[in-house]
Design a protein around this ligand. Structure first.
Ligand SMILES: Nc1ncnc2c1ncn2[C@@H]1O[C@H](COP(=O)(O)OP(=O)(O)OP(=O)(O)O)[C@@H](O)[C@H]1O
Length: 312
């Protein structure tokens, strides 16, 4: 069912994930719109994967999760996973079963969550595989007979086999070299667009995100610090953390002296104030005393007491 442009496909509201009282995701809110590519970026440990997993109901054992996740206005349930919501985990190709043919594995996915009959499910599976360029003998091979790139395509076909509204892909290309990474992401984006599915891309690969995302949410220490259209956030970052993150790109074109001089140290999670304050060149007493809430700053959201737009 098509949605009015203003109504989000997915609404994440105040998502929190903690382990034994220690919060790893600290009140994350964002929307995903139909058909868009939204990237969650940030350095290792920022809480990107946990956010992606928790919103699908796949938080690891021992995690306490709170907040609301609405799909087309209704709370997400376990029945949505594999049907309206698809998940491409890190190292997804390793999750293909070595003892079943690729088309049979997709057919299984197309049967269990939809109630299709065996023959219909196999036809759907083969069509999904053909759409990513895996047809004939390749489609009915065992995973070990396929190249790494072919297995990646099979994983994309598997995610899309039931026509989901949203695909959540967690670092889908980490194991690949830069050129293959880009090809796989381009294929993933193209197939999602063709199927009318939105894509939530969890990634620390900033170069790929620059090319493939419509919007970007930058995470730091369990919070979103900046969220907006990719060309806005990448072209004119406003949060000091985003600017530092982009300066770490070799192609960002910033003179070395304009890079964040204090991009060292660790986030401050237990104390009051902004978690980035110990590393931030703009931090003052307000930053050390009060954690900034996300608020509108021009055409984006920024959680910073002293946002300042700067050319990247
Ligand atoms: N099962 C777990 N038990 C305890 N802490 C966890 C668990 N999973 C994640 N964490 C903690 O939560 C924080 C966020 O983890 P997460 O995997 O979301 O980071 P990330 O931003 O995806 O990083 P990366 O890019 O390295 O995957 C980390 O500090 C991590 O130590």
């Amino acid at each position: 069912m098509p949605l009015p442009p203003s109504e989000p496909l997915l609404a994440v509201e105040g998502l929190r994930v903690s382990f034994a009282g220690a919060e790893a995701v600290r009140g994350v809110s964002f929307d995903v719109h139909p058909g868009e590519v939204l990237a969650l970026v940030g350095e290792s440990g920022a809480g990107k994967s946990l956010t992606g997993r928790a919103l699908l109901g796949l938080a690891p054992r021992g995690a306490a999760v709170s907040g609301r996740v609405l799909l087309r206005g209704a709370p997400v349930t376990s029945a949505d996973l594999g049907r309206r919501l698809a998940w491409i985990p890190q190292d997804a190709t390793a999750s293909l079963s070595p003892v079943h043919r690729v088309d049979a594995q997709l057919a299984f996915a197309a049967r269990t969550s939809t109630g299709r009959r065996r023959g219909a499910a196999l036809a759907v599976a083969r069509r999904a595989l053909a759409e990513v360029g895996l047809a004939g003998a390749v489609a009915s091979a065992y995973p070990h007979a396929l190249s790494g790139g072919m297995r990646q395509r099979a994983v994309i076909a598997m995610a899309l086999v039931n026509g989901p509204d949203l695909v959540v892909a967690d670092e889908p290309t980490t194991a690949l070299d830069a050129e293959r990474r880009d090809q796989v992401l381009a294929l993933l984006r193209e197939r999602c667009a063709a199927a009318g599915a939105a894509l939530l891309l969890v990634s620390h690969d900033l170069e790929s995100v620059r090319r493939h995302a419509d919007r970007v949410a930058v995470m730091y220490a369990g919070r979103i610090v900046e969220l907006g259209a990719a060309e806005v956030v990448w072209g004119r970052p406003a949060a000091p953390y985003t600017r530092g993150l982009l300066a770490s790109l070799p192609t960002a074109g910033l003179p070395h002296r304009s890079r964040l001089p204090s991009f060292e140290g660790v986030p401050r999670l237990s104390a009051v104030g902004c978690a980035f304050a110990p590393r931030c060149p703009r931090a003052d007493a307000l930053c050390r005393g009060e954690d900034p809430e996300p608020r509108a700053y021009g055409d984006r959201l920024v959680a910073c007491h002293h946002p300042r737009e700067a050319a990247a």
